[in-house]
Every structure is written in C-alpha cells, then in structure tokens.
Design a binder for this molecule. Structure first.
Ligand SMILES: [Zn+2]
Length: 207
C-alpha cells in the first residue's frame, strides 16, 4: 500500500467521512507492507498484510493472464500518462497491472485483484466487500462485472471531473458519464468536468 494513497482511503462503515490513521510496522521504500489503518470515527482497525489493505470480505478472482494488447488498450482507455495520476482497477482488471506498471508512470490502486498479483512498485492493493475513497481523489477507474452497485457508486464518486471510467459492455455505464468510445468489449465514459465531492444521487436532477 503506497503510503501517500492512505489519504485517499475511507472507512467502509457508513458514518461521517474521515481519513484513516496508519500505524506502520514495516515499510519498504514508500510502501506499507505491514501495519494497521485505524478509523478515528468508529475505532475500527483494518490490517495491512503483505502490502494488502484488508477491509473485510471481498473475493479475489482467479488469475487469467491478459494479453499485452489488452493491458495496453486499458492503459490507453484510462489515459494514464502522468506520474501524478492514480487509477482504480477493479477485480479482473488488476491482472493488467504488472504490464501497465511497466509502461505507465501512474499509480494503480487495485480493488480485489486476482490472486497472485502483488503490491509494490506503483501497484497498491485493497481487499474488501466495499471499498470507499475520498471524493474526487482518483484520476480514472476501470470497473468489472463483479462490482456491486454500491461499489460502482463509491468508485464513481472517487473519480474527479474530466476523469475516465472504463467498463465491460456487460456492465451498464453510470448514467451521468459522457460516452467517449465503445467497441464490442468495453465502453469509456468521462466524468463531467466540475464534478466534485458528494456521491451521485441517481434520482436527483438539477436545473
Ligand atoms: Zn469507521
């Protein structure tokens, strides 16, 4: 778990939004390998073990090796060109992380990646039934078909205005995104510019 990314994680429990406090037991360069994240609001503690933040639950899918073409296409779809960028990759997309990390300076935050994918060198891993992030703290995200409606909403709220969200055609694109591209496999949506904080309430329309 990349140290700087701890600021972007939120307690998965439903209560007033607050950052988490890291107790570090073992640090490798700037990655927390062993430690605990504590919530000052509800006092829950979440273990970091082998670099993986464990929020409780969360199924890690079996690993299927992606082709280099798939990984490069995902990196291009997410427009990962800047070292200051952080992209969330859900589930099976995490299998592309080792290839993308080799060609992109962006940091990758994997949510429930396939077993066998390890953290470090630009790749951070969180596992959990629901993973929440600070609003507008992420540059881009890739969703997969295992993402629950709650996880999709939490991830959507984490991507800042102008950022891209990619998903498989089997998953409906969040309705407020502007569709940039679509092929037989994936869609690419863009979060409206100026969107900040607060999770999106689907039923509410301004104007
Ligand atoms: Zn909490």
């Amino acid at each position: 778990m990349f140290l700087s990314l701890v600021d972007s994680l939120r307690c998965p429990k439903v209560h007033a939004e607050t950052w988490l406090v890291a107790s570090i037991e073992r640090l490798d360069d700037r990655d927390i390998v062993e430690g605990v994240l504590g919530c000052p609001e509800c006092l829950a503690e979440y273990r970091i073990h082998d670099g993986v933040v464990e929020f409780g639950g969360g199924v890690r899918p079996p690993f299927t090796a992606p082709t280099e073409h798939d990984a490069l296409r995902l990196a291009a779809a997410l427009d990962l060109t800047d070292a200051r960028m952080t992209a969330v990759l859900h589930g099976t997309w995490g299998a592309c992380a080792p290839i993308i990390a080799g060609i992109s300076p962006a940091h990758l935050l994997l949510v429930n990646p396939p077993a066998g994918i390890v953290s470090g060198d630009g790749v951070s891993i969180v596992a959990g039934e629901i993973v929440r992030f600070a609003s507008a703290s992420m540059s881009a995200a890739a969703l997969d078909t295992t993402a629950t409606a709650e996880q999709i909403a939490a991830t959507r709220a984490a991507v800042r205005g102008g950022g891209r969200i990619v998903g498989p055609v089997g998953l409906e694109m969040p309705g407020d995104l502007a569709e940039l591209a679509r092929d037989e496999d994936i869609w690419i949506g863009q979060v409206p510019a100026g969107t900040i904080s607060q999770p999106v309430m689907p039923a509410r329309r301004s104007k």
